[in-house]
Ligand binder design. Structure first.
Ligand code: NI
Ligand code: MN
Length: 233
């Protein structure tokens, strides 16, 4: 399968048979994403939480493609009222499709919609574990600070091969916290995200790589450029 970074926390996960999962589709307002939404054709869109830099263009893309949107219950209710095909889940839920499953896990953050300055509650923020059976397991951490379930739940129970971790500081973990998360989760590969999109979350990917090397020499840091693809077997 292929994993393509679209900048910030947006990723395309593309299975060998073509099934396309788009995570946190922040495209049009994303200064680090060089493509337009018309170039995307997901079957499934997953949203970790409702902040604009994650919810992004979900509605427009889902309308264009009829993709199924998977998110927390509160976001899915809002999407259904907007005429979007959506499935609301919560922590502990696993949805199995053929040859894969998607599980929502915890994230330590907040989640709200901003309706032109009017902030509305939008359920709890989450993270996702994508289990591409007979291939790899990918953990997308969403926006989060460091918390112990990254070790005791994600690392010890779900054991992802690849972890996508925010390192931007200000709204999420900083590189030091994220390197500890890389030790606790202990994936084969860690990919930093949610940095260098805006000046306020500027970070040095190579500094993060060095910290990961110190904390967990078995874990390889893969620094992608927007639109760069990592391909498993
Ligand atoms: Ni957020
Ligand atoms: Mn964010």
């Amino acid at each position: 399968m292929k994993l393509k970074w679209l900048g910030h926390s947006a990723f395309e996960l593309i299975r060998n048979d073509g099934l396309n999962i788009l995570v946190d589709p922040f495209i049009q307002g994303n200064p680090s994403c060089p493509i337009s939404i018309n170039e995307l054709n997901p079957d499934i869109i997953c949203i970790t939480h409702a902040h604009g830099d994650h919810f992004g263009d979900a509605i427009e893309i889902a309308r264009n493609t009829n993709a199924l949107v998977i998110s927390n219950y509160e976001i899915s209710q809002y999407l259904q009222k907007s005429g979007i095909r959506s499935l609301g889940i919560n922590y502990g839920s696993e949805i199995s499709t053929d040859h894969m499953s998607i599980r929502m896990l915890d994230a330590r953050h907040t989640s709200s919609y901003d309706f032109e300055g009017d902030i509305k509650y939008a359920g709890n923020p989450g993270s996702f574990l994508f289990d591409f059976k007979n291939d790899i397991k990918i953990f997308h951490a969403g926006d989060t600070g460091l918390f112990s379930d990254l070790k005791f739940v994600v690392g010890e129970i779900y054991k992802p091969d690849i972890a996508l971790l925010p390192i931007g500081n200000l709204f999420t973990m900083d590189p030091k916290e994220a390197s500890i998360a890389a030790k606790w989760i202990n994936p084969k590969i860690v990919i930093p995200m949610h940095y260098n999109t805006f000046p306020s979350i500027k970070q040095d990917g190579n500094y993060f790589m060095q910290l990961v090397k110190n904390e967990n020499p078995n874990c390889k840091t893969l620094i992608l450029k927007p639109l760069e693809t990592y391909e498993t077997k």
